[in-house]
Design a protein around this ligand. Structure first.
Ligand code: A2P
Length: 317
């Protein structure tokens, strides 16, 4: 495993296990396989509705002495329906309780826009809260580091301007930014910005989120792009190294300095995705894969399931 050093003194594994869309017994089984495989970084969010299951499995592993709390790196997020300064304490406490932990390793603001929950469970039924004030929320995020509930704090789905505003006004810097990043959406400007500002970029959807795209029925803005893991150039690079396309893609993103959090509930693929540090892509491979970037039209996730989201003053895209 490779690690990135955090300013707060800890270190973040360069590879984690993503849990979005996974829940129930399937997640429980997958988490056990992931832990047996060696994953120690787990990415979740209140919005994924799976923290209680993650908490149960982690607790079993810690209680059995198979892993220590210090070996684990747990990342979770303030939900967009809690994006108000007075709600940060409530939601981090809920995560700690559900995850059965006394601290979170990395706590992120999940989205730059706010919502009113009003008893609704579906994002599509929630109303926009257009008064979202990042600086006031960030101050409460900083409090979580001071009071020990979070070791480090960061952002997710923020654009460069929004991150810069926090950097310009913070006492504790955002240590990570979790954004979409994959073969067709490489955001070189965000990669560069994070590098310059010592922020670890955590790439989500790095394998192309096939199951999510099927669920919501989207292709890449109707562009006729080949399925990501079947892309000829990627397949060729993978074959050259005796690796699978998924392994080559994860390594590609990792070699650009990002942390990756692939999602899988398939036992073989959970193991496959962990084996990405025993080979290195050369400049020719990296250049070939970089040339497949499709810019903005390669973006998959736009949060359009949230009604009128584009009308929010902090809509990031
Ligand atoms: P599965 O759970 O059946 O393995 P992303 O992390 O970009 O959201 O991608 C997740 C999707 O990619 C899931 O549909 C997952 O399906 C699939 N996936 C995960 N790992 C691999 C792999 N090594 N090869 C092919 N597909 C994979």
């Amino acid at each position: 495993m490779e690690f990135y050093k955090l300013q707060s003194g800890g270190r973040m594994p360069a590879l984690g296990y993503g849990t979005f869309l996974a829940t129930g017994l399937e997640l429980e089984k997958s988490l056990n396989i992931a832990l047996e495989t060696g994953y120690r970084f787990f990415d979740t969010a209140i919005g994924y509705n799976n923290e209680q299951i993650i908490g149960k499995v982690l607790n079993e592993w810690i209680s059995a002495g198979k892993v220590t709390r210090e070996e684990l790196f747990i990342l979770t997020k303030l939900p967009s329906f809690g994006n108000r300064p007075e709600e940060v304490d409530t939601y981090i406490k809920q995560s700690l309780q559900d995850l059965r932990l006394d601290y979170i390793d990395m706590y992120l603001i999940h989205l730059p826009i706010g919502l009113f929950k009003n008893g609704k469970s579906l994002y599509s039924d929630m109303e926009l809260d257009k008064s979202t004030d990042h600086l006031k929320i960030w101050k409460k995020m900083e409090d979580q580091v001071v009071n020990g509930r979070a070791k480090s704090i960061g952002l997710s789905n923020f654009n460069i301007k929004q991150v810069q505003r926090i950097l310009d006004n913070c006492k504790i810097r955002p240590e990570s930014l979790q954004n979409e990043n994959h073969l067709y959406f490489q955001s070189p400007e965000v990669v560069q910005f994070c590098k310059l500002n010592n922020i670890i970029l955590i790439a989500y959807s790095s394998l192309g989120m096939k199951s999510f795209r099927e669920l919501i029925g989207i292709s890449w803005n109707n562009k006729q792009l080949p399925e990501m893991l079947e892309n000829d150039v990627l397949v060729k690079v993978a074959n050259k190294h005796g690796k699978t396309p998924a392994q080559a893609l994860l390594r590609f993103i990792n070699q650009k300095g990002m942390s990756v959090i692939p999602k899988s509930t398939n036992p073989d693929r959970i193991v496959e995705n962990f084996q990405i540090f025993d080979f290195k892509l050369d400049t020719e491979d990296m250049d070939a894969l970089c040339s497949l970037d499709n810019g903005e039209s390669g973006r998959i996730v736009r949060f359009t399931m949230i009604k009128n989201i584009e009308d929010h003053p902090e809509y990031p895209f």
